[in-house]
Design a protein around this ligand. Structure first.
Ligand code: IVH
Length: 699
């Protein structure tokens, strides 16, 4: 990265200003990639903002210096009349879909490819690039001399729509490529919305009583095709590259997998969950492995994609109509299904909120059988117009609670009354109230209500919070009903001798089980700040917000003492969330709970925030680059090593761990041999980064 030279006053000589503007653009592009793609910023946000403001000032005073790749141009544009058609130079194909979700689908594909290549039965296994099938919208990004000039949807494959203005607002998509870019390259991939961004969006909508969105895919696709860019502002979109389109003046690597590495080195996000596998067995293993990981991914996938890795073989295989013979999509069970709504019950949550829960005709969705799904609140239920007996759409994706997202239109058999909220809490009988102008109905019982006490404890102990293993529904019921626990800190009292005895007395629990709970309580004390903040169950503070708070403030005391203004500076924290956090820590009894929990030995590393953002598998390793690498520019290789925590030094010494050598390597290579330093090539470097999961993904 260019070093930070002094700011130029906006009335400095024109040549100096032009140079300064170019430097700022380059530095801002670099730091935007660190921030959006690698999730590993090197500089504080304030420093980025300062450079941004300086560039804006120069461009305002000298409009002739403005360029289309300037980060200042990622702004919300004007309302469009329509999208101009874009004819794809290289058609955007679709892939043949293998609907057999068993391993059979992978085996059939491998057999077909081998047959079409006329390989003898004893020929060695073929290498395949295995990837995820992202569930979003296909986009073609056209870069000329490294500058993003056009973004287009797939359309019918021949002609798409020009959505450049909207795509430019996606922070993960570079307006200028890193390193040395070819005269022309089209990069193809999927615009999608992460599940947490989708949940956040819907939570905000619910908060305002607005319309909620069905799923991340439709939301992302809808957002990109919005004529009014303001409608895009609250929808955070992401991108994964998976291939190429038109190309000039670039020697494409020999394999698809190496092409993706090169695309990552240009600064585009490429998903790290990919592999080069051998033969049908390798495909089956990948399908199984990703199927097991699917729920834990931060975004929806509807399957995996297999591609013959060798570009030469891809060319030999060619196409049938609009589908390449060298690729196939292998599906997973759908995350949305329809079923019958049998009844609606009320559940009382941790904050007293009454949630209507749909009792469903059991249905297999997202890989498990679902018979309960949330309907969120009365208003959403009414807006969706669901009534008992209806056929409804259920969505279950990842760890998110299954939900009813809508009803399938159709006639009802006779009159079905509209659902009503009860006036008294079904658990404790306290009055149910709805705040003036609010959406939610709440039980007014507070901690008198056993349901609220139980839910607060279950939330605290949850896997994504303090992760107290074994503290499940049934035990919490017993603990609350047996009056062993009234407040959260009481939980850790169970870890002392007396508590252990009381636990063991519960329903004649075996000593061993009681011991396990005590051990789990002890183990849970070592946690992270983000988990602890999430575990407290502050209204409006989900996992993502808790993480943002931990990252931003770095210490619990600073979060507790933050003013409203300071809270509003946190990414994605708006007035409602800020108010809720502030109010929570204003209450003396909440502070007391926090102090008691800390006194019981709960601890975390302060300032953990940035460290847990990206894995640092090469940390402490020193690399020296020499010669020209086959696909990576020196800057790209350096950026990738540093992103994984490694260091790049200028000269070889005994402290060097690896010398990465390319063509025409000179004296540095000789020195490495003299000192006995390990010499590796680009492929080995990429393998190291890949193994470390640092292949340029933001996931
Ligand atoms: S490759 C010639 N790779 O699936 C092959 N497509 O029918 C071109 N998709 O809408 C596509 N993940 O947007 C490819 N890893 C992946 C993909 C992927 C999702 C989408 C693509 C298109 C559809 C293909």
């Amino acid at each position: 990265m260019p070093s930070d030279s002094a700011a130029q006053p906006a009335d400095a000589p024109a040549a100096d200003l032009a140079a300064r503007a170019a430097e700022l653009r380059e530095r801002l592009a670099y730091h935007a990639q660190r921030y959006y793609v690698q999730d590993a910023p090197e500089i504080p946000d304030a420093e980025y903002d300062r450079m941004f403001a300086e560039l804006q000032a120069i461009e305002a005073a000298h409009p002739e210096l403005l360029t289309s790749d300037s980060p200042t141009q990622r702004v919300i544009g004007r309302v469009l009349d329509g999208f101009a058609p874009v004819r794809h130079v290289v058609p955007m194909l679709s892939i043949r879909t293998e609907t057999d979700t068993t391993p059979g689908g992978a085996i059939a594909f491998d057999a077909r490819v081998r047959r079409e290549l006329e390989l003898p039965a004893d020929a060695p296994a073929l290498a395949y690039a295995a990837e995820l099938k992202f569930d979003g919208l296909a986009i073609n990004l056209r870069y000329e001399h490294g500058v993003l000039l056009q973004a287009a949807t797939r359309g019918d494959g021949e002609t798409g729509e020009d959505v450049t203005q909207n795509v430019r607002t996606i922070g993960q998509i570079p307006l200028r490529l890193l390193g040395t870019a070819p005269p022309l390259i089209e990069i193809r991939g999927e615009v999608y919305m992460r599940r947490d961004d989708f949940e956040r969006l819907n939570e905000r909508q619910r908060e305002r009583g607005g319309k909620t969105f069905i799923n991340p895919r439709n939301t992302a696709a809808g957002a990109i095709r919005q004529l009014d860019p303001k409608a895009l502002a609250d929808k955070k979109l992401s991108f994964f590259a998976y291939g190429l389109g038109d190309l000039q003046g670039w020697a494409q690597p020999d394999t698809h997998s190496a092409t993706l590495d090169a695309i990552a080195a240009f600064g585009l996000p490429v998903c790290a969950e990919r592999a080069v596998v051998q033969g049908a067995d390798g495909l089956v293993a990948f399908h199984t492995e990703m199927g097991a990981k699917r729920d834990a991914l931060p975004f929806d996938i509807d399957g995996v994609v297999y591609k013959v890795d060798s570009i030469a073989l891809q060319k030999r295989l060619g196409f049938v109509t609009r589908e390449p013979r060298w690729a196939v999509a292998h599906k997973y069970p759908a995350q949305e299904q329809i079923t019958r709504l049998n009844a609606i019950e009320i559940q009382v949550g941790r904050t007293g909120k009454l949630t209507p829960v749909a009792k469903l005709e059991p249905v297999f969705v997202g890989g498990t059988t679902v018979s309960n799904a949330t309907l969120h609140n009365l208003f959403e239920l009414r807006r969706k117009g669901v009534r008992i007996g209806d056929t409804v759409i259920v969505r279950r994706a990842g760890d998110v609670i299954p939900e009813v997202v809508g009803r399938v239109p159709g006639a009802r058999a006779g009159y079905v009354p509209n659902f009503r909220m009860p006036r008294a809490c079904p658990v404790c009988g306290s009055r149910v109230l709805r705040e003036k102008g609010g959406i939610d109905h709440r039980c007014t019982g507070g901690l008198f209500c056993a349901a609220q006490r139980k839910q607060a404890i279950l939330h605290f102990a949850g896997r994504r919070a303090m992760d107290i293993e074994g503290l499940g529904d049934k035990l919490v019921d017993q603990l609350v009903e047996g009056a062993l626990i009234r407040t959260l800190p009481d939980l850790y009292q169970l870890a002392n001798e007396d508590g252990m005895a009381r636990l063991a007395a519960l329903d004649r629990m075996a000593d061993k089980s009681a011991r396990n709970i005590v051990d789990a309580l002890e183990a849970s004390k070592r946690t992270t700040l983000a988990r602890f903040v999430y575990a407290l169950g502050i209204r409006q503070v989900g996992e993502a917000t808790a993480r943002d708070l931990a990252k931003h403030f770095g210490s619990l005391d600073r979060i507790m003492d933050a003013s409203l203004e300071q809270l509003l500076e946190v990414r994605d924290v708006g007035p409602i969330v800020a108010q809720s956090i502030h109010t929570f820590f204003e209450q003396p009894h909440n502070r007391e709970v926090v102090e008691q929990l800390r006194a019981s030995g709960i601890a975390w590393d302060e300032h953990e925030g940035a460290a847990d953002a990206a894995p640092q598998p090469l940390s402490g390793r020193v690399f020296v680059l020499t010669g020209s690498l086959p696909t990576l520019t020196r800057d790209a290789a350096k950026a990738m090593i540093e992103a994984a925590g490694g260091k790049v030094a200028g000269s070889v010494s005994k402290k060097t761990h690896f010398v990465v050598a390319g063509a025409d390597a000179g004296s540095k290579l000789d020195k490495a041999h003299t000192l006995g330093v390990e010499v590796i090539g680009e492929a080995e470097l990429l393998a190291m980064l890949e193994e470390a999961g640092a292949g340029g993904s933001s996931s």
